[in-house]
Design a protein around this ligand. Structure first.
Ligand SMILES: [Zn+2]
Length: 182
């Protein structure tokens, strides 16, 4: 299966019809964290410069994306504060998914530029994909998207709970877990 070679090359698809209707109104990764309902939009955690969004069409349960708030497509253009914050939020995301879902391994990576496979090429996002031994054996590929056995809302709640249990974590008014770093 092609996805096994580069499992982070997964097209991110709009979550529902209302989101699709708004697709013309600018960058989805700029809009979703501004929507105000983090569970609905699947924003599960936030830091000072980045946020964690669960993929609505995940490769595996817990497939997340760590995304700087800044609308930037060039990783090399990120300032130091954003780079460090984004990296630390990735570490916290590994922790949260590990605690919530107990994967055997992770794939993590960036698609930079449209030809690399990214569907939102002008707003960079790091995919974090938990992997299990044998996870390719029971989940068939349908139209390029894996069939996921766990509803994404249930995954959201489990990962959210794991983030909330981390140090210096608080639940925000919009629902996501705010994490701060020393
Ligand atoms: Zn954007």
């Amino acid at each position: 299966m092609e996805q096994l070679v580069a499992p982070w090359r997964i097209e991110w698809v709009e979550r529902d019809d209302s989101a699709s209707a708004e697709a013309d109104e600018g960058c989805v990764f700029c809009r979703l964290p501004e929507r105000g309902d983090d569970r609905e939009t699947l924003v599960v955690a936030r830091s000072a410069h980045a946020f964690v969004l669960l993929n609505n069409y995940p490769y595996n349960p817990g497939h997340a994306m760590v995304i700087p708030y800044d609308h930037a497509g060039d990783y090399r253009a990120l300032d130091d504060a954003t780079l460090l914050d984004h990296a630390r939020l990735k570490q916290r995301t590994f922790d949260a998914i590990e605690d919530a879902l107990g994967p055997d391994a992770f794939n993590a990576g960036l698609n930079l530029g449209g030809p690399a496979g990214g569907s939102v090429a002008d707003h960079l996002h790091t995919h974090v994909v938990p992997r299990w031994e044998g996870d390719t054996n029971f989940m068939p590929v349908v139209s390029g998207t894996k069939v996921i056995v766990e509803a994404v809302e249930e995954t959201y709640d489990r990962v959210h709970e794991a983030f909330a249990a981390q140090s210096d974590a608080t639940v925000t008014e919009t629902g996501a877990v705010r994490v701060d770093f020393d």
